[in-house]
Design a protein around this ligand. Structure first.
Ligand code: HAM
Length: 422
């Protein structure tokens, strides 16, 4: 047997229904805020990620699926979406369109990571990017869109954590403060952090090793070192969120695993998954497009890890999606089969889910199948029903049945399964 590649997943029904429902909700909410979908390639030139996500990051240094194509060009399966959006913005002259640009995307990303719950090598993100607005109001809007989406999925226990990373000019100053404070204990840092010391010292703040966490807990927060402009910006974001009653928690040592961020950075954590399995990450990246050779276009956005989001979906939302009533259409004999499919179409047009029996089973076996697929109602169509232009409507939950005139069936079934006459 050929098995799937390690770190990839088969998403089977009925779970796949949840994915569809979450994506539909994302489209509805983000379109409402004015975000239009951008569909981008899953492979990009490797250089794109090296120059944006950053050479010293875990993603670029050890997690990318990079390969040479047949002409020897180095390509990479996208590990994230923002770099591709920035590339497409420049390449397609999106700066010529009315600004700001609001773009959304969803789809697979690839990172060669160590497998654990919520950590896959192919995973899906749902993200939005707001390009061409540098005001705190833009940050507030992006976080409001995130909050609105999570609320639409009926979450009530997720926490948005927020930090101020300052501007790139503040970064060197902060790194010096951090290193000075950690220097006396440098030897106690884990091997990874000793490597980060030279390659990407900010990431020491994000280390999961307990001794590193303790050492880091006593260091000066980055927000204390940032410029007045950066402080004013992120303070205004926090105030804007408060005015909208969006609860956020300030996380003074929050840093992100990608180099392009400045000022506002945030994550969403779920009590169910713990602080290390983040549901969503995002922030501001005002230098990304100019670093790639475009004009100075500011940006802010986020990406939600869809696999993780679905793992912790509230039961109320899941029930709403999964417990939709099914009506099984059961024809008896060849003549009834064609008529049954016609009936199926009528039911579907009436807003019902109505799979038909197509394997030619006996009535007994058909009813067994209907029960197995969880049908609430079975519609039986035999020769005599066709003759009388009727359908036998069997309520499988109540065990009752009645003959109903063919043209009244859809309404009758809708009422039976609680779709009422809405
Ligand atoms: P990120 O934090 O690297 O940010 O990823 C965003 C989310 O993707 C994470 O919070 C997590 O939920 C999910 N994720 C990441 N890696 C995995 C994995 N191996 N398995 C499952 N889920 C995963 C970005 O990618 C940025 N591009 C976000 C952004 C958009 N910033 C601004 N705009």
């Amino acid at each position: 047997m050929i098995r799937k590649v390690k770190g990839t997943r088969d998403i089977l029904p009925p779970e796949s229904r949840l994915w569809g429902a979450v994506e539909a909700k994302a489209r509805r909410v983000f379109e409402g805020f004015g975000y239009d979908e951008i569909r981008l390639p899953v492979m990009e030139p490797t250089e794109l990620f090296v120059r944006t996500v950053g050479e010293g990051t875990d993603i670029v240094s050890k997690e990318m699926y990079t390969f040479a194509d047949r002409k020897g060009r180095s390509l990479t399966l996208r590990p994230e979406g923002t770099a591709g959006v920035a590339r497409a913005f420049i390449e397609n002259g999106l700066g010529q369109r009315p600004q700001p640009m609001r773009l959304s995307y969803m789809g697979p990303m690839f990172r060669y990571e160590k497998m654990q719950r919520g950590r896959y090598r192919q995973f899906s993100q749902i993200g939005i990017e707001l390009l061409g607005a540098s005001t705190p109001q833009a940050d507030v809007e992006v976080l409001l869109a995130l909050h609105t989406f999570l609320k639409a999925l009926e979450f009530d226990d997720l926490v948005i954590v927020l930090n101020n990373l300052g501007d790139p000019e503040d970064r060197d100053r902060f790194i010096k403060v951090l290193k000075d404070e950690l220097m006396p204990n440098r030897e106690k840092l884990c091997g990874d952090c000793r490597r980060r010391w030279t390659e990407n010292p900010l990431r020491i703040l994000d280390c999961k090793v307990e001794t590193c966490r303790e050492l880091v807990a006593h260091t000066t927060p980055v927000a204390d070192v940032v410029s007045d402009e950066a402080r004013t910006h992120v303070d205004a974001v926090a105030q804007g969120l408060e005015a909208l009653e969006i609860p956020v928690r300030v996380a003074p040592r929050l840093v992100r695993g990608l180099d392009y961020y400045l000022r506002t950075v945030f994550e969403v954590i779920s009590p169910a998954l713990g602080e290390d399995t983040v549901i969503c990450g995002g922030g501001r990246y005002d230098r990304l497009i100019s670093d790639l050779g475009g004009r100075a276009v500011p940006g802010i956005g986020f990406a939600i890890g869809e696999d993780r989001l679905i793992d912790v979906l509230p039961d109320s939302f899941k029930h709403r999606v999964l417990d939709v009533p099914v009506v099984a259409v059961l024809p008896l004999g060849d003549e009834a089969a064609g008529s049954a499919l016609g009936l199926t179409v009528q039911l579907i047009e009436g807003g019902l889910r109505a799979p038909a029996e197509v394997t030619g089973r006996s009535l007994k076996a058909s009813l067994k199948w209907a029960n197995k697929i969880g049908a609430a109602v079975a519609l039986i169509l035999g020769e005599s029903e066709i003759e009388k232009n009727q359908v036998l409507v069997k309520d499988l939950r109540e065990g009752t049945q009645e003959a109903v005139a063919r043209d009244a069936v859809v309404e009758r079934v809708r009422r039976l399964v609680g779709e009422g006459d809405s």
